[in-house]
Design a protein around this ligand. Structure first.
Ligand SMILES: [Zn+2]
Length: 225
């Protein structure tokens, strides 16, 4: 019995010592002298993995614009956001870009962008280019921009929608009734992209402010498979 008590107190003493030692190690201040190695993209592995995931899941090739420029590199968060966004798209987005490229510098003059002051991205031949600055915008805006660009792919892929949209809203080469946004009034493609973007972001707003376009999308776009 006496031995048991001694053993008991020894164990308690040992546990208390360990606890104090642990607390001391935890609280000892020290300074790390880790230096970030220059020129090594620390997230490259995460970026490449998500790029592959996007290509495998959606068949979209992700690439960077000007090689070697840090400012035109995808960050892991940018790609994770993009993956989540594409994954959550409704099924009527039947045609996605073949590739999504990030670019710091883009040639505005060749893209018919003269009237656009707030240039964020464009689609040519099913390839989407996103300007690096665009990724700095808040997530809601970024989501709207991506949907707008994806809507261009939908438009290019459905000639029947193009002619129906023209007959319904651009019979005289002008938006009739006016588009849901000013930018949508600039031409028929932007009208469609803006209408889809608003429909996805806030269908009730589109219904309230532009029920003609809401009805069109409900009837001809949502049924796409
Ligand atoms: Zn557009």
């Amino acid at each position: 019995m006496r031995m048991d008590r001694r053993l008991f107190f020894s164990v308690i003493f040992l546990l208390m010592s360990l606890f104090i030692l642990h607390a001391k190690v935890e609280s000892t201040p020290f300074e790390d002298t880790v230096v970030i190695p220059a020129g090594i993209p620390l997230h490259q592995n995460a970026v490449e993995k998500t790029e592959k995931d996007i290509e495998r899941a959606f068949g979209i090739k992700i690439s960077e614009g000007l090689a070697g420029e840090d400012a035109s590199r995808w960050a892991p968060d940018d790609l994770a956001f993009l993956y989540g966004l594409i994954d959550s798209l409704p099924p009527y987005f039947t045609r996605m870009p073949d590739s999504i490229k990030l670019s710091k510098e883009t040639d505005y003059s060749s893209q018919m962008m003269t009237s656009v002051t707030m240039f964020v991205g464009f689609v040519t031949n099913m390839d989407l280019t996103v300007k690096t600055d665009t990724l700095q915008r808040n997530k809601e805006t970024l989501r709207y921009i991506y949907i707008h660009e994806f809507a261009h792919c939908l438009w290019f892929d459905h000639k029947n929608i193009q002619s129906l949209w023209e007959r319904a809203f651009w019979p005289g080469g002008k938006a009739e009734p006016p588009s849901i946004t000013d930018y949508g009034n600039s031409n028929i493609m932007e009208d469609f992209a803006e209408s889809i973007a608003v429909y996805v972001a806030s269908p009730t707003e589109l219904l309230k402010k532009n029920h003609e376009r809401y009805d069109f999308i409900e009837r001809h776009v949502v049924s796409l498979r």
